[in-house]
Ligand binder design. Structure first.
Ligand SMILES: [Fe+2]
Length: 443
């Protein structure tokens, strides 16, 4: 019997150490999994520049790693001293509250980590967001997000641990993720800031150009609006549309190198003068080539410089043919021609729409890429009026725009050829043509 007792004890001891070992292995495995997730977050986050996507990614990962029901990131707006979150709680609208309010406010102010199992028993808890969203907060873990200068840029919050309460280990993990996320968020905010200043610089250049040439006031802006709309109808991706937008704003920037006496001449140009005007396309390229565009925007100079190329090779400055011309350049060519034909001049009202379309049709396949013209004709009449009347849009009746909404340029061309028109067709034609032929001239 004693022998049996001993062996049973030994067996028990053996089982205990095996299960301890197993527990240790499982802990190590969990640790490894967490480490892997952390590395995954670091890798993923460093390449995401869109702030909303970045925040969504972080929150999704954190919920998974910490087994929490919800995760939100509140960023500090130093100007208004508020904490804000755009994608918290699955809401579309932005949530904002004073940066000294609630647990998030406390963490933001003090830099403390707050881990409480029952939010409603803590005086610092602000139940307003729960009231707004209908959510019931129970456990809550909030850590500060500190940048490398030890400044708090916001707070990270996870809610309602699925099993039990948030542990000390959870606090450490969330703090670690907070540091990675802070760097990524700061990068993306900096990128957005740089992009904003880049855009305003381009727009300022474009406005300067448009205001110099009073004959074609607003031309660059309208060409851009047409071109971006054509690109959208052609289903080009948002990045390509952005490049076309910048190229549109800058397509005539070379005109700053053309003497005003020629540029602003309101009579027929001599051959020499015309040759001089033509130089603006090459000048556009030389000027834009001096700008150090980011990688995604490298095609802007070549697209902008090719807006006078023709697919039959008779254009300028390079006599490019067909597919040698960048697609953006072909789009700008149609937009540029349509605006030149339809814009009001100080000495002349708009040319009749039928005449404009006759010219565009005549040059399709010679100057213009047929597929671009085909797509352009699907531009909505409401959008078309808003672009044609750019600068005078406050004088447009919104109800009338709504009536035009589901009809296109192709429709109005067709309606105008009909001898018998339905009541609806007559209404559309009347509204559109009334705006198109409004009698006022630019000063
Ligand atoms: Fe031009």
């Amino acid at each position: 019997m004693p022998i049996m007792k001993n062996s049973s004890k030994k067996h028990e001891a053996g089982t205990t150490s095996v299960s301890r070992l197993r527990a240790q292995i499982s802990r190590l495995k969990n640790e490894q999994e967490r480490l892997k997730s952390l590395l995954g977050i670091a890798r993923n986050l460093s390449v995401e520049m869109n702030l909303d996507l970045l925040l969504s990614k972080i929150m999704k990962e954190v919920r998974f790693i910490l087994d929490a029901d919800r995760c939100s990131i509140f960023l500090l707006d130093e100007n208004s001293n508020e904490l804000w979150s755009r994608v918290a709680y699955g809401l579309q609208e932005e949530i904002r509250f004073p940066a000294n309010k609630g647990i998030a406010g406390h963490v933001c102010r003090t830099g403390e980590v707050i881990n409480i199992p029952d939010a409603y028993k803590d005086d610092r808890f602000n139940p307003e967001i729960d009231k707004k969203t209908g959510y019931q907060t129970k456990s809550i873990l909030t850590v500060p997000m500190q940048n490398r200068f030890n400044q708090i840029i916001g707070v990270f919050q996870v809610l309602n641990k699925k099993n039990g309460k948030f542990t000390k280990e959870n606090e450490e993990i969330l703090t670690a993720i907070g540091s990675i996320a802070t760097a990524a968020i700061e990068n993306s905010l900096l990128y957005a800031e740089q992009k904003k200043s880049f855009t305003s610089f381009i727009e300022a250049l474009s406005t300067t150009l448009d205001s110099r040439d009073y004959i074609t006031a607003g031309h660059s802006r309208r060409v851009t609006l047409y071109a971006v709309e054509i690109a959208r109808l052609m289903k080009l991706d948002p990045e390509q549309r952005e490049v076309i937008r910048y190229a549109g704003l800058l397509h005539d920037i070379g005109k700053i190198g053309i003497p005003e006496v020629i540029l602003l001449k309101d009579r027929k140009l001599s051959e020499d003068e015309y040759e001089m005007i033509k130089r603006h396309a090459n000048l556009t390229r030389s000027i834009l080539n001096k700008i150090n565009f980011m990688k995604n925007y490298r095609d802007i100079p070549s697209i902008a410089a090719s807006h006078h190329e023709r697919i039959d090779g008779q254009g300028y400055p390079d006599n490019m043919r067909g597919d040698d011309i960048p697609l953006g350049g072909k789009i700008l060519a149609v937009a540029d021609a349509f605006d030149a034909l339809t814009s009001r001049k100080p000495y002349q009202d708009r040319i009749e729409l039928d005449k404009v379309m006759e010219i565009i049709e005549r040059d399709t396949g010679k100057a213009f890429e047929p597929y671009v013209v085909y797509n352009f004709k699907f531009i909505g009449l409401d959008k078309l009026i808003l672009i044609l009347e750019y600068g005078h849009t406050h004088e447009i009746d919104k109800e009338e725009l709504k009536i035009l909404e589901n009809h296109t340029l192709a429709d109005i061309i067709e309606i105008r050829t009909k001898s018998i028109k339905t009541e609806n067709e007559l209404e559309i034609e009347n509204i559109f043509m009334r705006y198109y032929l409004r009698q006022y001239r630019i000063k």
